[in-house]
Design a protein around this ligand. Structure first.
Ligand code: 8OZ
Length: 367
């Protein structure tokens, strides 16, 4: 029987346990530059088997929220170097989550206040986060413009370049953000993709962009350093697909020959119910499709896990379990799960933006 506390090999990394710190957006990087406070926050959580950084914009165009970090400028890279150094000094391992938000953005956040880009010019009925004069607020996303097919190779190159930057900044690998209604998920799903060219229509066409990105990123940094996050039926950011099961079966079959280090699945609605009404999905069938196509990578599951549910998932074929909310409030989550100690509750008011409060001041056990 696998346990959360078993060591496991993932790509080129030896993880001391199967507990993963999920990517968590915290909006504490003014000017998109990681800070010493962020280095402290990640270092506090370095006992995780693997940490995945908060979503990090691959370009200015890929940014959709105030004060989220980037990975395209020198100062941003230098900021991240402090983070990866602090994590490695504590014996941890950290991947960088590479992010392009697509239509989930606002003109205020875009280069020269241009419209955000998307597969089709359909506004997402969702909100983004702006900070003005130090005050944060949630505002509706802006109307996007449809990307020209000629622009797509440039964005594929941006992912590739950001992956190289991540390694230069000291990350152990990268996770491509293909989930939660952001650009790659927008291309995958019928609710956001109404294109009639090679990137829209059939499942093969809708999956094309994601697969091009994954091939290029693997070529750049080596497949043993690449993971991918997917969310087949999430409701996040107004995304939906008419028929997700065959779509994701196709995606995993095509991914299998790439030999990714892991696939990271958000089961159900991100941060919400694990079963979404009207959107049934068979994750075990998706995992079978991936394995039958020859994939050896780790299967990482996420969304609302506690220790008991994690044990069931491991027994059913999962290799890793990613914890999000629990990691916000419990820097020593591994030790707490190991000893059965109670968990600190999450303080909602300090999730997005601000400083040390509700960020680096959650107490370790016994304090
Ligand atoms: C919460 C707030 C803003 C962004 C995601 C990157 O859902 C996010 C995100 C989460 O993947």
């Amino acid at each position: 029987m696998k346990s959360l506390f078993d060591p496991v090999q993932v790509g080129s990394l030896h993880l001391p346990n199967r507990i993963v710190m999920a990517p968590l957006t915290r909006n504490r990087a003014p000017g998109a530059i990681p800070t010493p406070l962020m280095a402290q926050y990640y270092a506090q959580r370095a006992s995780a088997g693997l940490m995945i950084s908060e979503a990090t914009a691959i370009t200015h165009q890929g940014q959709g929220y105030a004060d989220v970090p980037g990975l395209y400028g020198t100062e941003q890279l230098d900021g991240w170097k402090q983070v990866t150094q602090a994590v490695h000094d504590r014996g941890g391992r950290i991947f960088c989550q590479l992010w392009h938000v697509g239509r989930v953005s606002h003109v205020e956040l875009q280069p020269e206040h241009q419209k955000p880009v998307a597969p089709s010019a359909i506004t997402a009925k969702t909100k983004t986060y702006l900070i003005k004069d130090g005050i944060g607020s949630f505002v509706p996303t802006s109307e996007p413009r449809e990307l020209d097919a000629e622009e797509i190779p440039g964005i594929v190159r941006d992912f590739r370049h950001a992956a190289r930057n991540a390694l230069s900044a000291g990350f152990d690998g990268v996770e491509v953000h293909g989930a939660n209604g952001y650009l790659l998920d927008q291309f995958l799903k019928t609710g956001a993709n109404r294109r009639s060219d090679d990137y829209g229509g059939s499942i093969e066409n809708r999956a094309r962009f994601l697969l091009e990105v994954m091939r290029e990123v693997c070529e750049e940094v080596g497949r043993e350093r690449v993971g991918l996050r997917l969310s087949p039926v999430t409701t996040a950011n107004d995304i939906a697909d008419d028929d997700p099961q065959p779509l994701f079966d196709h995606v995993v079959r095509q991914l299998a020959p790439l030999g990714l280090a892991y696939l990271h699945l958000i089961e159900g609605a991100t941060g919400g119910p694990r079963e979404v009404e009207g959107r049934p999905f068979d994750y075990a069938a998706m995992l079978r499709a991936w394995r039958e196509a020859g994939a050896k990578g780790a299967w990482m599951v996420n969304n609302g896990y506690d220790q008991a549910l994690a044990g069931q998932a491991l027994a059913q074929g999962a290799d890793l379990v990613a914890f999000g909310r629990a990691y916000i409030a419990n820097p020593d989550l591994v030790e707490r799960l190991r000893t059965g100690a109670p968990l600190n509750p999450v303080e909602k008011a300090t999730l997005y933006g601000g400083g040390a409060e509700g960020y680096t001041d959650y107490p370790p056990m016994g304090k």
